[in-house]
Design a protein around this ligand. Structure first.
Ligand SMILES: Cc1cc2nc3c(=O)[nH]c(=O)nc-3n(C[C@H](O)[C@H](O)[C@H](O)COP(=O)(O)OP(=O)(O)OC[C@H]3O[C@@H](n4cnc5c(N)ncnc54)[C@H](O)[C@@H]3O)c2cc1C
Length: 385
């Protein structure tokens, strides 16, 4: 079986490696460097926290478990350190309590903790005076997407995957013996299956296949597709877990650096316009950091990013073959870091005619048949992503 996987982000590299492991002849194509798309600007929290409805929870749960299995007893891309969420306002404490009860009912590892336990788990935490609830999610993790992609690319190469980097997929032509995929460098390849894993560019691929859109396009600053991420200089802070605090989400980013996210600040996030490192936004990130963690006196923002989400138009994942184009399989999803290792093996299995029941609610036809034009709410509350 010959397969073209388009997109060498965290999802495409996972699928390419797994399809090759099943014996397929795989070509992995990317118009840019592997891992340079959305996967390079991700908070990369691996979780099934706050995922609704239950089918989406189960999908993300499968992703979380697949990460733990793949990393085994240790992998440099996976940090299974657990996650702590602190609530200050009554609304947040109430929502957190309901979420905790639902997750425990679903069998998810989660427990309410005291603020002193939170302090033991994050020694440099300054517990906010108004902290009214704290929950620990010990099975959650974070990922270093670039290191994960490096691992899967190495594996893919060892399994014989051919890489075509710097080539944009431009058009498809159905033939009697497969589909002809034309690339921007003037070359073409003929394959049995095309798996699109191009994330936020998925509408380009569906258009090239004569189909309508499935992912939300960026419309205006602060919409659901955009969010800031800030990286600090290396700091001697005792924090080795993910922390969701009332005003700032924090996770270690390697070498003492911290990755910061503040969803309420995302209202000004604009595609293609990154605020300066001396901007008020950068200062606000530092101010919030210094209020929640000790040993941050020397903190500076060394990188600011505007991440652009791959967001299906109804906020749920798109995973599956297109009935009217049986050679085309689409994968486009938010939470792609969490889902990548599970998608890798389960999408490869589906192309080999082994259906995955967890994908049943996420087939692309629902959006190809009827693209919803309602505006999706952007994540703004603690614990959302
Ligand atoms: C601010 C932010 C925070 C996030 N936080 C989390 C989180 O905490 N947890 C989580 O699980 N997820 C999170 N995500 C989502 C996650 O990062 C994405 O779902 C995931 O990275 C998508 O990976 P991908 O492989 O689908 O896409 P990408 O990484 O974008 O890869 C797609 C690739 O396709 C290539 N491509 C596009 N068009 C073509 C073409 N025509 N021809 C050839 N190549 C093409 C691109 O060059 C690119 O390399 C976050 C995202 C953002 C923006």
């Amino acid at each position: 079986m010959k397969i073209a996987v388009i997109g060498a982000g965290i999802i495409g590299v996972s699928i390419a490696a797994e399809a090759a492991a099943r014996g397929a002849e795989v070509t992995l194509i990317d118009k840019n460097a592997p891992g340079s798309g959305t996967s390079s600007t991700s908070y990369a929290w691996v979780n099934s926290n706050g995922k609704e409805p239950v089918g989406y929870y189960e999908l993300n749960r499968a992703g979380l478990e697949a990460h733990h299995r793949l990393a085994g007893t240790g992998a440099d891309w996976f940090r299974p350190t657990g996650h702590i969420e602190l609530a200050a306002t009554p609304e947040h404490a109430n929502e957190l309590q309901h979420r905790l009860e639902r997750l425990v009912q679903l069998g998810y590892e989660a427990a309410g903790i005291s603020s002193s336990t939170a302090n033991e788990l994050v020694p440099d935490l300054i517990v906010p005076e108004d902290c009214s609830a704290a929950v620990y999610f010990p099975h959650e993790a974070h990922c270093y997407p670039t290191l994960y992609i490096r691992h899967q690319l190495q594996r893919a190469k060892q399994l014989g995957v051919r890489l075509r980097i710097g080539a944009n997929v431009e058009s498809f032509e159905e033939m009697t013996d497969g589909v002809n995929v034309s690339l921007s460098d003037g070359s073409n390849i003929v394959v049995d299956h095309v798996i699109s894993a191009v994330g936020r560019w998925t509408n380009d691929i569906t258009a090239a296949a004569g189909l309508g859109p499935v992912v939300a396009e960026y419309q205006e600053p602060g919409d659901v597709t955009v969010g800031y991420l800030a990286v600090t200089n290396p700091l001697p802070v005792a924090i080795d877990r993910m922390l969701t605090s009332p005003k700032l989400n924090i996770r270690p980013d390697g070498g003492g650096r911290l990755l910061l996210q503040a969803l309420d600040l995302d209202v000004t996030a604009t595609v293609g316009s990154v605020p300066a490192l001396e901007s008020d936004l950068a200062k606000e990130f530092i101010d919030r950091l210094q209020h929640i963690l000790k040993n941050t006196e020397n903190a500076q923002i060394t990188e600011l990013h505007v991440g652009v989400r791959a967001m299906p138009a109804d906020g749920q994942s798109v995973i599956g073959a297109v009935p009217s184009r049986p050679w085309l399989y689409l994968v486009a999803t938010h939470s792609g870091v969490t889902l990548a290792p599970f998608l890798g093996s389960a999408v490869a299995a589906e192309v080999f005619d082994e259906p995955e029941p967890l994908f049943d609610s996420f087939r692309p036809t629902r959006l190809l048949d009827s693209y919803p034009h309602q505006v999706l709410a952007a994540p703004r509350q603690p614990g959302q992503q």
